[in-house]
Design a protein around this ligand. Structure first.
Ligand SMILES: [Zn+2]
Ligand SMILES: [Zn+2]
Length: 297
């Protein structure tokens, strides 16, 4: 309906004279494709940020958002390259990163994810009775990670241990020095911490340390989510800030527990002491997760 109404009004205004088909497609998709270099870019619309790399062997995609937004990405990236899709990586199982996998059915050759991410995707789909409605990655890796040479680009997947879930990985475009960390960093936004899928705040701090050691100082990172007015593109210092934030969450809650405070009392808090940059909704998520983790609940 929207497309029709738009085309009709565009024609009425005579605007179609000035708009190429490509421009119309771009306007119809409400998301934003942002090129970072000639061959790399990110896509933000709803849910976790997507990233892509165009190589001689085809287009590599990291994460897939939702079934209704992934087609907008596909439409827009096709304007940048006529090559086919090659690999689709999932940084972890959450539906705002993987439910759009289905839009790539028949388009990608292989899907790649950590084995825990695949198990979690399947478990959630079984619980929802939607196993036929998902597209599971067909290739998995474990602690040792995964890598491939695609044209003159090398792509690596790393697993550093439990953090935001038990199946978070970092996808690295080596030559381009661009790493998608999925939800391993919430840039100035209170994170989700999925304890039902094996998350650990202490583990998460260790994982960020490992990421900081594994990647060069000038690596550009893509993260899944950011707070109002912040960016999903970050660098090492932003990872350090988030690592400090997680440490401050644990410190605030463990001090509270030692002082005999209840979870409810700890939730009466509008800012994590020491991390004023983390604003907006959701402060109850890290406090609750930290309370459970520290009290063994
Ligand atoms: Zn997410
Ligand atoms: Zn997530």
């Amino acid at each position: 309906m929207y497309r029709r109404a738009f085309l009709k009004s565009a024609a009425l205004l005579g605007a179609s004279v000035f708009l190429s088909n490509e421009n119309i497609a771009g306007l119809l998709a409400s998301g934003k494709l942002r090129m970072l270099s000639q061959h790399t870019g990110i896509y933000t619309e709803k849910g976790g940020t997507m990233a892509f790399l165009i190589t001689d062997e085809g287009i590599m995609v990291v994460d897939a958002q939702f079934p209704d937004t992934a087609p907008h990405f596909i439409e827009q990236v096709k304007e940048k390259s006529s090559l086919p899709f090659r690999y689709l990586f999932n940084t972890h199982h959450h539906f705002d990163h993987t439910s759009g996998n289905i839009a790539f059915k028949g388009l990608i050759k292989d899907g790649v994810a950590h084995k825990n991410s695949i198990a979690n995707q399947l478990a959630v789909a079984e619980k929802q009775g939607n196993v036929d409605g998902i597209l599971l990655p067909n290739m998995s890796f474990d602690k040792e990670g995964w890598s491939t040479q695609a044209g003159n680009s090398r792509i690596q997947a790393f697993y550093f241990g439990p953090a935001h879930t038990n199946g978070d990985s970092v996808i690295y475009f080596e030559k381009e020095n661009l790493a998608h960390v999925g939800d391993l960093c919430f840039n100035r936004k209170h994170p989700y911490i999925d304890r039902s899928a094996g998350a650990s705040i202490k583990g998460w701090i260790t994982v960020i340390d490992k990421i900081k050691t594994a990647f060069p100082k000038n690596t550009q990172f893509v993260c899944g989510h950011c707070g109002e007015g912040s960016d999903v593109l970050i660098f090492h210092p932003d990872l350090t800030l988030f690592e400090d934030y997680l440490g401050n969450v644990l410190h605030y809650v463990s001090q509270g527990i030692q002082a005999g405070k209840s979870k409810e009392e700890l939730l009466h808090c509008t800012q994590i002491p020491g991390s004023p940059l983390w604003q907006g909704e959701g402060i109850e998520r890290p406090i609750t997760a930290a309370f459970e983790e520290l009290s063994g609940a």
